[in-house]
Design a protein around this ligand. Structure first.
Ligand code: DP6
Length: 343
């Protein structure tokens, strides 16, 4: 449809999308502009960590406006350019010249150090397409969110999600699909543990670019990851926590290992990160608790486990000094529309 530019046009929509944690990591792009990954990845959507985003297209705006967690961002910042690239595609699809005001808020403190771009950009894709009256399929929404941030392509779905690498140069086959829904494995739990509230030194997109360009070991990664994706899909379908945990932990450590072999090397772990890794390993080895870790482009640790063990694991973590915050989630749903607006 063609959206007319007239002075009265105003359309506002609010959507909520949930964060996701990759179990088999996406690490490396084969096309920076189209945000095409080197490998497929698998994630779980988080029930309790989300972004709520309001988008309003209006004839009165000469450029897009962006506010994230109460702070304004302008052209030139990486936050603004991620939002801009999603809106650019929407404007093209809707054949409109209108600009949008975007206001987004996370339900967890930004200082907790958890990447919120996946949830925020998925919420943006969902809210903006509705606001401009485009009716998009999940596949189209996933592709749209991908242009903002690779991991956002997975947050347009709930449950356990696979982002297929795809083969085509135009990226039309690189989007996320559901492995199993949010109700398939209700006992699965994710504990997101914040060990530091310092801002990370290097953004994930820069870190992955450097790894692909300079690590002599990177060539092994895409094939290994593809094998892990197949294995973890089966393990998820069997609700096999041991296999899921082992594959996820190895994928995270392989990704960090690769980064450490980049030039110059990238090291996100802090002493507390390693302390937590060891506590979880000991729980497993000495007490046969099925708990595993996964770590993204930062020092925070996410623990994968089952509901029955959660209180015991939390008790153990509480004994570690200086843990900033813990967020507990189970597999969450896909995005939702909200009637209340943020502005
Ligand atoms: C370690 O999706 O934040 O979390 O596509 O450049 O925006 P861009 O990167 P982003 O990277 C996520 C990296 C990761 C692994 C993952 O989520 O699969």
């Amino acid at each position: 449809m063609q959206v007319p530019i007239n002075e009265d046009f105003m359309s506002k929509t609010t959507a909520r999308a949930f964060s996701n944690i990759a179990l088999v990591k996406y690490w490396g792009k084969r096309d920076e502009e189209k945000m095409l990954p080197q490998n497929s990845s698998v994630s779980v959507t988080l029930s309790d960590m989300y972004a709520t985003t309001t988008v309003e297209f209006s004839a009165g705006l000469t450029k897009h406006e962006l506010m994230l967690n109460g702070e304004s961002y302008f052209s030139g910042s990486s936050e603004y350019s991620k939002v801009e690239s999603v809106l650019k595609r929407i404007k093209k699809t809707a054949s409109t010249g209108l600009n949008a005001k975007v206001v987004s808020k996370n339900n967890f403190p930004t200082s907790a150090g958890f990447a919120s771009s996946a949830a925020g950009l998925a919420a943006l894709a969902v809210a903006a397409s509705k606001a401009i009256d485009l009716s998009l399929s999940k596949k189209e929404l996933s592709i749209l969110a991908r242009y903002g941030s690779g991991s956002a392509s997975r947050s347009v779905l709930g449950g356990f999600v696979k982002w297929n690498r795809g083969e085509k140069d135009d990226g039309s086959d690189s989007y996320a699909t559901e492995v199993v829904s949010d109700t398939y494995w209700p006992e699965f739990r994710i504990l997101a543990v914040s060990v530091s509230n310092l801002r990370k030194k290097i953004k994930s997109s820069d870190a992955m670019r450097r790894t692909v360009a300079t690590s002599p070991y990177y060539t092994k990664w895409p094939k290994e990851a593809e094998r892990d994706v197949q294995k973890i899909e089966n393990a998820i379908k069997k609700r096999d926590i041991k296999s899921v945990g082992e594959i996820a932990e190895r994928s995270a450590f392989s990704m960090h290992g690769l980064m450490m072999t980049a030039k110059p090397p990238i090291l996100y772990f802090l002493p507390k990160t390693i302390e937590l890794i060891n506590v979880i390993a000991q729980l497993r080895e000495k007490e046969s608790v099925n708990a595993y870790v996964t770590i993204d482009a930062g020092p925070q640790v996410k623990i994968l486990c089952l509901k029955k063990d959660i209180d015991y694991i939390k008790e153990k973590i509480a004994k570690i000094n200086d843990i900033q915050k813990i967020f507990e989630s189970r597999p969450g749903t896909g995005p939702q529309f909200l009637s209340d607006h943020l502005f």
